[in-house]
Ligand binder design. Structure first.
Ligand code: PHE
Length: 490
């Protein structure tokens, strides 16, 4: 007889807390760091439209599926999936979705902490006025110096991992809920302040124009795939973070008059996707005008946030204050995301009998240790390349380009084809039948097809890049070599 696991983690206090927590997971480095620079590289407005389409046609349906599975199971993703497989009378191997997800969360957490901690260092430095009056060459050198200092990076990585797993250790109510209740309003307020600041700069109109001018001639097949991958990563899909958060979502909640009202998954998910998108666009609105004001290049890749932006702040009146606030914003966003990366694995350990504290400690220590490899990839191990690049590149590629899409594909297949339809329908409890049918068609056909395309393309692009590298011999593109993340095309 298989052991029955009971939900032991507690529930979100309200529908809004679930929305805040899931938005906290979704809004992160993907929105503030990655979205603006890929939009810059793929030409602005037309890319934004593609991205919005991917969110609507693939992101939202898969997110609905994840929350639905999570709420129905009520357990950590691993146990949720094995419970649901049993209910649907299919092999318990479907629990593999949970294992795969927990593992991807763990891998992502390891390098996410390494990168987020750069922002932690930048908060400190911006507040000290390090970027005031800096030149382009100095800003680049500054960034490279930071990456060349393993001890500094290790210290910041340790601090970031400690604050992340500290929250996980405190549990759903005392930890996660309290953290997002503070972090998310701070994040939104900071973003509004920074957009306000950007709107006072002379480059504002140009920045807005860049984000919203639809020049479709700039689009390529590659842009489609990048937009698809971005939609996936930014909504935290395919790894169980959203499934775990869904498990803490009540089915009904009492309104002010004491009457029980059902909590609709679809309306929560749409709200989360809209908020996530607003933050990504807001980050673009806060950043591009500054770059245009400073006459700086917008399409130069991952260094945008750590090289070009400090330069822009350094030249502007009020740049010390607003530059510091900007990096505080990045840290808040990354923090609320990293919590959700550690939660599925920690929750699983708790269900297996560990207390919260030790469970968080085990996951945190292991992810920290793996993250050391990512930290060293920018200095001591920089030259050690294998498969797709450095240690960091490999972990990042494996988790975000292989494991997330695979997890998403399996989730869509399970929710659309494997699970009993009556179960899915009951859990979703959608009022509108046509809307339900649209969801079902998207999750059965459109989303899986999109994920397969993404998958094939990203593997193909790596193989092609390998061939190109072999042909080019040792002297690759020097600009690419200084970029922290080398595969743009996922
Ligand atoms: N969505 C987060 C971001 O945009 C990253 C993330 C991915 C978090 C997967 C959790 C799970 O930065």
């Amino acid at each position: 007889m298989k052991k029955e696991y009971k939900p032991v983690h507690g529930m979100w206090t309200s529908r809004w807390v679930f929305i805040l927590a899931a938005t906290g997971s979704a809004v992160g480095l993907g929105n503030i760091w990655r979205f603006p620079y890929i939009t810059g590289e793929y030409g602005g407005g037309a890319f934004v439209v593609l991205y919005l389409l991917c969110i609507a046609l693939m992101g939202i349906p898969i997110m609905v599926a994840e929350v639905m599975l999570g709420r129905r199971g009520g357990l950590s993703p691993i146990h949720t999936m094995s419970k649901l497989a049993e209910q649907s009378k299919v092999t318990r191997r479907w629990a593999g979705i949970g294992y795969l997800g927990a593992l991807s969360g763990f891998l992502i957490l390891s390098f996410y902490s390494a990168v987020a901690s750069w922002a932690l260092i930048y908060v400190w430095e911006a507040a000290q006025g390090v970027f005031q009056g800096i030149t382009a060459v100095q800003s680049k050198a500054h960034y490279e110096d930071m990456l060349a200092s393993p001890w500094l990076l290790l210290g910041a990585h340790t601090l970031f991992m400690a604050i992340t797993m500290g929250v996980v250790a405190l549990g759903v109510k005392q930890g996660l809920e309290r953290a997002v209740r503070v972090l998310m309003p701070v994040l939104f307020a900071l973003l509004v302040v920074l957009i306000g600041y950007a709107s006072t700069t002379p480059g504002f109109a140009e920045g807005v124009g860049f984000l919203f001018a639809f020049d479709f001639s700039k689009l390529s097949g590659e842009a489609v795939i990048v937009a698809l991958g971005q939609a996936f990563f930014t909504l935290s899909l395919g790894m169980g973070a959203i499934m775990a958060y869904g498990a803490y979502m009540p089915r009904e909640i009492k309104d002010k008059s004491g009457r029980s009202r059902p909590v609709s998954i679809v309306s929560c998910v749409v709200t989360i996707a809209v908020l996530d998108t607003l933050v990504a666009l807001g980050a673009g609105l806060a950043m591009f005008p500054l770059l245009f004001t400073g006459g700086l290049e917008v399409g130069q890749g991952p260094g945008m946030m750590f090289v070009t932006l400090p330069l822009a702040f350094g030249q502007m009146p009020g740049g010390l204050l607003f530059g510091t606030l900007f990096f505080v914003l990045v840290v808040c966003a990354a923090w609320s995301s990293s919590i959700s990366l550690g939660e599925p694995m920690a929750a699983w350990l708790v269900e297996r009998g560990l207390r919260r504290g030790p469970a968080a400690l085990v996951v945190g220590l292991a992810a920290w240790l793996l993250g050391v490899g990512s930290v060293l990839s920018f200095n001591v191990w920089k030259e050690h390349e294998f498969l797709v690049g450095t240690f960091f590149d490999n972990i990042e590629f494996l988790s975000t380009s292989v494991m997330l899409p695979l997890g998403g594909l399996l989730i869509a297949i399970f929710a659309g084809w494997v699970m009993k339809e009556t179960h899915a329908r009951k859990e979703l409890a959608m009022k509108s039948f046509p809307l339900y049918l649209i969801w079902r068609a998207l999750v059965r056909v459109v989303s899986p097809a999109a994920v397969v395309a993404l998958f094939v393309y990203s593997l193909w692009s790596v193989l092609a890049a390998d061939d190109a590298a072999a042909e080019a011999g040792a002297d690759g593109d020097p600009v690419e070599q200084t970029a922290p993340v080398e595969q743009e095309a996922r």
